[in-house]
Write a protein that binds this ligand. Structure first.
Ligand code: COA
Length: 179
């Protein structure tokens, strides 16, 4: 019995190590406004966006405009030509920033990419000298909720009907230590 438990722990440890190796290898790239690959990156992301999110939660139709807004940024990671995940953030005021989108393509999930993307986005927000990063999440999105809690986001309030009449959101926040 003991041997079986140790074996299970070893397998879990190996899986975790492999997970972090993949995330460590992944390069997180910031999409630059005048870059030659702007159209391709945005097209690929819009395709992923349509697959992952229901219409009322998707930015597919407005992604390009959202990105062109001042004070917003997009980070993504890719393997070969394939975009595996992305995070969009903005800093509408000098006080706070928002994570407006986070997604990892299904076949790339569970490998540490979502966490890495989010951490890099948080660091980008931190460099804007804001006090707080906030976001909205459907409480039924278990993986996202776990990830936000892991990175110490706290629930601020429940916003009823945020996504649609029958879909609510938690507003969550992470405060920076401004010492
Ligand atoms: C949420 C999402 C971005 C996570 O990406 P990911 O690359 O699979 O996540 P990671 O491998 O980096 O996991 C990091 C942490 O997230 C949490 N997590 C990830 N997948 C999870 C799952 N299936 N169940 C519970 N928690 C999970 C865990 O806390 C995990 O840390 P751990 O491995 O130490 O337990 C991804 O599931 C996704 O794109 N979901 C659909 C879109 C979405 O919900 N976006 C957020 C909208 S607000």
């Amino acid at each position: 019995m003991m041997a079986a438990v140790c074996g299970d722990l070893r397998i879990a440890y190996a899986a975790k190590t492999e997970k972090y190796e993949i995330a460590e290898m992944a390069e997180i790239v910031e999409l630059q406004r005048n870059s030659a690959n702007w159209v391709k990156v945005v097209d690929d992301i819009v395709r992923i966006e349509k697959k992952i999110f229901p219409k009322h939660e998707s930015l597919a139709r407005s992604f390009d405009e959202e990105l062109k807004k001042k004070n917003s940024g997009l980070l993504y990671t890719q393997f070969g030509e394939e975009i595996a995940g992305y995070v969009m953030y903005s800093w509408p005021s000098s006080l706070s920033a928002c994570i407006t989108k986070l997604a990892v393509k299904e076949n790339y999930r569970g490998q540490g990419l979502g966490e890495k993307l989010l951490k890099v986005a948080i660091e980008k927000c931190r460099t804007r000298n804001v006090h707080r990063v906030s976001l909205h999440v459907d409480p039924t999105r278990a993986a996202a909720m776990q990830l936000y809690k892991k990175l110490r986001f706290q629930v601020d309030t429940l916003v009823e009907g945020y996504y649609s009449s029958d879909r609510n959101a938690y507003r969550m926040y992470l405060d920076f230590d401004m010492e």
